[in-house]
Design a protein around this ligand. Structure first.
Ligand code: GLY
Ligand code: MN
Ligand code: MN
Length: 442
């Protein structure tokens, strides 16, 4: 991708955001938005600070992700104004004067002291909304309108439609993550510890713990059954049976969110289970198209997992019965995926329109993060899984449905933990683009 091509796409991206801003302002009857990047947050009774996470509404406009105390003033018509924080500070690295492709789209003023920003902000605060996390800062500056629902809902809803610039960033985030996944898989095969595998991943991604979009899940053996396992054991387990890695990468503020599962036991049924879940993943990706409800993709995943469970002899019942009785939830207790973008779980998955009319997930599937109708330019993860989770298996064993389970098969699989295969997919009008597979991860 040439710099020129990127610049052209970025110009279109800014146009789109300007148009969205106009509509959001009209709905709230205000003149503009003042978007705060955020500020440093101290640990309790300490003078060290938490890693900085920029306001997603701020990084939607430009790829500044590491600079607190910056502000954007936008009204959808005039060139956006950027107040760029650049203190005189000999303790910390001072942000460089930006020269990137995006600078020409902003009128930039430089701020030396965070608490003197007032002079750069609009005079009549009553006509502007503060968009950011720090309500007390907004009030002290004189803003009455803070994160107004009508504006937030509108912007959040439309953020699901990615611009070409955003899709380019997300492809690149996928490429970075895929390279790092390959390094992690190699480290697993060399019998490294979880901690070492995570180091191999971050080194290959050239991203630190606080740069990747979420805490990496690097799970060996039965740890793979803990859905959000982030403990990173330092010692090597006696044997390295299986490895589940759910790890992403960031590019210019956009996230990748990818999961793969591996085993060293090529002849074991668990190796076939990995293949079966991967095949299910691809068939679910194929089912997505504009006009289809994401809920139906989840239901297809649920039924697909039921088929896998009967094919592998885990359950001795027809797949549809396993679905109807909810038994599949023991083995697949999460949703099939979610919107992806500036945030790993991108916002407003349960809205049916840009006023955020709620469309909650079906009662049987409370953890499904998205119930929207799929449309072109939406980006989703698709992440089916099959797990052997001790607490959920204990519930099933104690229930009337225990008779449908071949517990000897479960015992054979338990030490391997579980499988998840997660890809990142752009839905286009006429085809789907599986960014993860196209970046070379099988
Ligand atoms: N990495 C968290 C998720 O897959 O949703
Ligand atoms: Mn994930
Ligand atoms: Mn995910």
């Amino acid at each position: 991708m040439s710099n020129d091509a990127m610049a052209t796409m970025y110009a279109q991206h800014i146009d789109t955001l300007q148009t969205r801003t106009q509509e959001a302002l009209a709905r709230e009857s205000i003149d503009g938005l003042v978007i705060h990047s955020g500020q440093g947050k101290k640990h309790f009774l300490d003078d060290t600070i938490y890693p900085f996470r920029v306001n997603p509404q701020f990084k939607a406009w430009l790829p500044i992700i590491d600079n607190p105390n910056c502000w954007l003033i936008v009204n959808g018509v005039d060139k956006p104004k950027l107040v760029f924080y650049q203190p005189v500070d000999f303790w910390h690295k001072v942000p460089q004067t930006p020269t990137d492709f995006w600078v020409e789209y902003f009128d930039i003023v430089y701020l030396k002291q965070a608490n003197t920003v007032e002079k750069h902000l609009p005079y009549d605060k009553s006509r502007y909304a503060y968009i950011g996390e720090y309500i007390e800062v907004a009030k002290a500056l004189g803003f009455d309108v803070v994160n107004p629902d009508r504006v937030m809902h509108y912007l959040h809803y439309h953020r699901a439609y990615k611009t070409d610039y955003e899709l380019t960033c997300m492809r690149q985030a996928n490429r970075i993550a895929v390279g790092a996944h390959k390094s992690a898989a190699k480290a697993f095969m060399e019998h490294s510890s979880e901690f070492e595998i995570n180091q191999a991943y971050l080194l290959a991604a050239k991203q630190g713990d606080n740069e990747v979009p979420y805490g990496n899940i690097v799970a060996l053996n039965e740890h793979s059954s803990i859905l959000h396992y982030t403990a990173l054991e330092n010692s090597k387990p006696a044997q390295n049976l299986s490895f589940l890695i759910d790890a992403g990468a960031s590019f210019q503020g956009y996230a990748a969110d990818i999961t793969r599962t591996y085993t060293t036991k090529a002849g074991h049924e668990f190796a076939d289970l990995i293949k079966a879940v991967s095949a299910l993943n691809l068939s679910l990706v194929d089912k997505m198209k504009p006009g289809v409800s994401y809920v139906d993709i989840h239901k297809a995943a649920y039924l697909g997992v039921a088929h896998i469970l009967t094919n592998f002899g885990v359950l001795n019942m027809p797949p549809q019965d396993a679905v109807d009785l909810g038994i599949v939830s023991t083995f697949f207790p999460h949703g099939v995926g979610h919107h992806l973008g500036l945030q790993v779980h991108d916002v407003l998955g349960h809205a049916s329109d840009d006023r955020a009319t709620q469309n909650p997930p079906p009662q049987q599937h409370p953890f499904l993060r998205c119930t929207r109708i799929i449309e072109a330019r939406h980006v989703f993860t698709i992440e089916p899984g099959v797990y052997f989770i001790e607490s959920l298996l204990a519930n099933l064993k104690g229930s009337e449905h225990s008779k449908y389970v071949n517990w000897n098969v479960i015992d054979h699989m338990r030490p391997f933990g579980g499988v998840r295969i997660e890809d990142n997919v752009i839905v286009h009008q006429l085809r789907n683009e599986n960014m993860t597979r196209e970046a070379g991860l099988g």
